[in-house]
Design a protein around this ligand. Structure first.
Ligand code: CA
Length: 257
């Protein structure tokens, strides 16, 4: 990484440089970590990060999130490495469709995995564009010039209640049904994926995370920790902060700089 070529306002057009970090933690209350993540950098201009937050009793949630992570990551890697990718959005959609079908099929065949599923958020960055895909209540945030913007809209009961005006935004993090999601990977034969495309600027950071972070740490604090630290330190500090606040759930953070 040539000195000075990355940072606020100093990105050279065409000379995009990317860094990816990820960290997951079991938290302080759970007996198992059902979150998984993956970061992969192909070169200075291309790479991806993803987070999956599994659900289901015993080890089922873990199996679902691990399967989805592996399937999605393999599919993207293969497509990029063989040059077989034309449209990143179709690739992400196909990857999530395949993950959904495989998790669902397994849950049908193996009774101990009945009903398992997982969230999935993926950000594939190519050049100055981030292609995002999402199912469930894991989130993607964009930090730009100190301002934190939530890119994804949760597929959750509390999100719907808030949009109907039945609860206030600040109630989301503490609502008794905050864990109920309205869309997941692997619980049905098909699953709809939300796709987004974000034009990136120099100095932008993307954060992908599970609800174990966002239910514990507020947006202002996320913005501060993300803005004032390297991606690597931010992942560690965000998880530390979620644990300090109680660590009620598994916590995962992926940062793309
Ligand atoms: Ca969770």
């Amino acid at each position: 990484r040539p000195a000075g070529s990355f940072g606020a306002g100093s990105l050279n057009k065409g000379g995009v440089l990317l860094r990816f970090y990820g960290l997951t933690d079991i938290g302080r209350r759970r007996e198992m970590n059902q979150d998984t993540f993956c970061v992969h950098r192909f070169d200075d201009k291309q790479g991806f990060g993803l987070v999956c937050d599994g659900m289901g009793g015993q080890s089922a949630g873990n199996v679902a999130s691990d399967m989805a992570r592996t399937i999605i990551a393999d599919k993207i890697r293969k497509a990029v490495e063989t040059g077989g990718m034309d449209d990143p959005r179709s690739l992400l959609e196909a990857a999530l469709r395949e993950a959904n079908y495989s998790v669902y099929k397994r849950s049908m065949v193996e009774p101990e995995y009945r009903g398992m599923g997982t969230t999935a958020v993926v950000a594939f960055v190519r050049g100055e564009t981030a292609y995002c895909a999402h199912v469930g209540d894991s989130r993607i945030y964009l930090l730009r010039e100190g301002r934190l913007l939530q890119v994804t809209r949760d597929h959750s009961l509390v999100q719907e209640l808030m949009e109907k005006g039945e609860i206030k935004p600040e109630e989301i993090r503490t609502h008794p049904n905050r864990n109920m999601i309205t869309r997941a990977v692997g619980v049905g034969l098909t699953s709809e994926t939300d796709l987004m495309q974000i034009p990136l600027c120099a100095g932008d950071k993307l954060l992908l995370c599970s609800d174990g972070l966002t239910n514990m740490v507020g947006n202002e604090q996320i913005a501060a920790l993300l803005g004032q630290n390297t991606g690597e330190d931010a992942c560690r500090l965000l998880i530390e902060e979620a644990n300090k606040a109680g660590g009620m759930d598994n916590i995962t953070a992926v940062v793309i700089e």
